[in-house]
Design a protein around this ligand. Structure first.
Ligand SMILES: Cc1cc2nc3c(=O)[nH]c(=O)nc-3n(C[C@H](O)[C@H](O)[C@H](O)COP(=O)(O)OP(=O)(O)OC[C@H]3O[C@@H](n4cnc5c(N)ncnc54)[C@H](O)[C@@H]3O)c2cc1C
Length: 387
């Protein structure tokens, strides 16, 4: 998204992607109303929503045997009041196809950055690639995710907030219509998202537990799934074995400084988000918009971006910190006690019981999840008229 917006403003932009394509499973498929608003501003919303997707209009959870309604996106005043669930590679291909309409945009795949190039004043001047070549740049945007080699190479200070869980992601075939919901039962947490022909499932365990479970027979894992959500039984029996379950370790961290001369970190590279709320992609996109709003026009005019880099962090900082605080609160108060087996949940917590009882309150979690804090509008200029 940063690549698209910088190129649209007339900045010579090169995006490096280490893989040959964007085809990767379980990278998060949630496109939230805040992101849909941005595509609307770009005049691309109808085209985006013409791609296959599922719409999540509300979120509910089964907690200690009780079904509670938690968030209702239909109550939001926004152009697309739902979460569009679409494979992340479709979203990235869509963004990249639109970026490639701008002559100053280039995407180079199978191009892995292995570190920054700095001069003797410690100013970043570009990146080194795995094939030994180098690319010079006036500004390097490190958007290389939570394992960012660029933030490491730039020695930006990292604060780890801790994440007590591992998540197995898997696709479980289903028939009939469902909705997005979570199951909190028997010290287990299972997130289920209706993807038409299958449930996209996140099965949550205490950190380190996932690896131990994988040492045991797959049939035991299947039995745990069915015990937690009997509705899955038929689909679970069709799973072939451990190759159908991807184990992902969750991290929650942030850089206390996102920039140094010549380099700016955004997205997970600046702040790895937990999957709670499915907000990570959307926050990364908000960072991209803020970066383009603040930097694209000055760079296009030939100005030095360095004195402006701190403004991107200042613009996004509160939204990131507030969101991570909420994610940590849910982790520490609900998830950790459950997955560690320290406390079984005997009834839904009071705030969730209130949300369930008073429908109008469900607008508030929908607002936080769907629109987030300090959402951006695209202000970076469009110097092209592509029609
Ligand atoms: C288990 C789990 C589930 C999640 N589920 C959701 C969800 O449902 N919804 C949601 O919004 N968020 C979710 N998240 C968070 C979400 O995945 C991230 O917040 C989001 O993808 C961040 O986007 P990004 O562009 O900053 O980084 P990434 O999506 O990680 O993208 C980084 C890109 O850079 C490339 N790259 C990496 N290193 C290099 C290199 N050295 N050189 C060149 N290219 C490189 C990668 O191949 C990748 O394409 C989840 C996270 C976890 C751990």
């Amino acid at each position: 998204m940063a690549g698209l917006l910088f190129a649209r403003a007339g900045v010579e932009t090169l995006v490096l992607e280490k893989h040959a394509d964007f085809l990767r499973d379980f990278r998060g498929d949630t496109v939230h109303p805040s992101t849909l608003e941005l595509f609307d501003q770009l005049g691309l919303l109808d085209e985006l929503l013409a791609l296959p997707h599922d719409r999540v209009e509300s979120i509910s959870a089964q907690i200690a045997g009780q079904l509670v309604e938690i968030a209702d996106f239909r109550r939001l005043k926004t152009v697309a009041p739902f979460i569009a669930m679409m494979p992340q590679w479709d979203l990235l291909n869509f963004i990249s196809a639109n970026a490639q309409r701008y002559p100053s945009f280039t995407l180079r795949t199978q191009a892995e950055a292995v570190g920054t190039i700095t001069d003797d004043t410690d100013q970043v001047r570009g990146v080194k690639l795995a094939d030994g070549s180098r690319i010079d740049a006036d500004l390097v945007i490190a958007a290389d995710g939570r394992g960012s080699v660029l933030r490491q190479s730039a020695q930006l200070p990292l604060e780890r907030l801790g994440a007590p869980m591992d998540v197995f992601w898997l696709e479980i075939p289903k028939s009939g219509k469902g909705t997005a919901f979570g199951v909190f039962e028997n010290n287990r947490i299972l997130i289920l998202i209706d993807r038409g022909t299958y449930w996209q499932c996140g099965f949550v365990f205490a950190k380190g537990e996932g690896e131990r479970i994988k040492q045991r027979p797959f049939a035991e894992f299947q039995a745990m799934l069915i015990e937690t959500a009997p509705v899955l039984a038929k689909g679970v029996e069709t799973l072939s074995g451990w190759d159908s379950a991807n184990l992902l370790s969750v991290s929650l961290d942030r850089l206390s400084t996102w920039h140094k001369p010549g380099l700016l970190a955004i997205g997970d590279a600046a702040h790895a988000m937990s999957p709670i709320g499915g907000v990570g992609i959307n926050l990364a996109i908000q960072d991209a918009v803020a970066a383009a709003n603040i930097l694209a026009a000055p760079i296009a005019n030939g100005d030095d971006p360095d004195p402006l880099l701190h403004k991107v962090q200042e613009r996004r900082w509160k939204a990131v910190v507030k969101t991570q605080k909420l994610q940590k609160l849910v982790q520490d108060r609900m998830i950790e006690p459950m997955v560690s087996g320290r406390a079984a949940m005997r009834k839904p917590p009071l705030p969730l019981r209130l949300l369930n009882a008073i429908p109008s309150l469900r607008r508030f979690p929908a607002q936080i999840i769907g629109l987030g804090f300090a959402r951006e509008r695209i202000e970076a200029p469009d110097i092209h008229d592509l029609g």
